[in-house]
Write a protein that binds this ligand. Structure first.
Ligand SMILES: [Fe+2]
Length: 295
């Protein structure tokens, strides 16, 4: 499937960026990215950074970097956002330098996080290798992973993603978690990755917009090893190993000390040309994903 955009990076703002270091480095197996003016950066491939963790009070994701494949894709994305009435601001030279990109255009997404359309995300100064994930991470042509946000502005966010950024809806989940507790999640693709972004309908504003960040590993055994490290870490494991019904991903979820979760997985379905599987699912998982360890 030919693509124009992919997930370039995520910017997190937390009071103490170092609090996430044991999770990112020791459990997930990310490696430090190129230095930032303050805070920490992390990468899971040859790019300069994929997570940028800055010090601040938000305690949440504050920006999503959407990388355009080339200048034409960048211009098209900006024009498309402007056509749906988004207020798009060009990044300053300083902002481009901090993000390590050639071009940057920023707008506020309806779910309360900035979207930065960028071009030419720099490469890292050294080749990528993670001792903890010997098989490496799946990122080529599909961005660094996926991110899921919860929002009360569900329909506006859907319109922003599909009309403003040109994402396609892969499928959706509608299920009852318990009596009177409905869960609705929509999944969106912009390349072969089953979903690059997903939106969960929030009944009210939650403390964090970011629900989880997903990293896909090339080898299934590396997910098992990551699970062992997560177990040994003592951190909460909201969902043990399982397989999602819709994207087929074999994964588990770990809760970070900041609150948002990390999904580590392998083997998700791939979006193909003429995708015709945009349908409702009524279960989250084909099997597994039981809550294992609470905070
Ligand atoms: Fe996920």
């Amino acid at each position: 499937m030919e693509h124009q955009i992919e997930l370039g990076y995520l910017v997190l703002e937390v009071p103490d960026p170092e609090a996430l270091t044991p999770v990112f480095a020791d459990v997930v197996g990310l490696v430090p990215g190129e230095p930032a003016p303050e805070g920490t950066t992390w990468r899971n491939d040859e790019r300069a950074h994929r997570l940028v963790v800055t010090p601040g009070p938000a305690d949440d994701a504050v920006a999503v970097g959407i990388e355009a494949r080339d200048a034409a894709a960048f211009d098209a994305a900006v024009a498309r956002l402007q056509a749906v009435g988004a207020d798009v601001v060009e990044g300053t030279p300083d902002e481009r330098a901090v993000r390590r990109v050639g071009r940057l255009a920023r707008t506020a997404a309806p779910w309360g996080v900035d979207v930065e359309v960028v071009l030419d995300l720099a490469g890292a100064g050294s080749r990528f290798s993670s001792e903890r994930v010997p098989g490496g991470f799946l990122t080529g042509g599909v961005g660094f992973g996926h991110a899921v946000f919860a929002t009360t502005a569900f329909d506006e966010s859907h319109a922003f993603l599909t009309e403003g950024l040109g994402f396609g809806q892969s499928d959706w989940l509608e299920t009852e978690l318990g009596p009177g507790i409905e869960l609705e999640v929509r999944f969106y693709h912009c390349n072969r990755r089953h979903h690059t972004l997903a939106l969960a309908k929030a009944p009210f504003d939650l403390p964090q917009r970011l629900h989880h960040i997903m990293f896909e590993l090339n080898e299934r055994d590396d997910v098992g090893a990551a699970f062992d490290r997560a177990w040994a870490s003592g951190l909460p494991i909201p969902n043990g190993l399982g397989r999602h019904d819709n994207d087929g991903m074999f994964s588990f979820y770990l809760q970070t000390p900041v609150g948002f979760q990390i999904e580590v997985g392998h083997g998700a379905h791939v979006i193909t040309d003429g995708w015709d599987k945009n349908r409702r699912y009524d279960s989250i998982s084909a099997w597994g994903h039981q809550p294992l360890r609470s905070p």
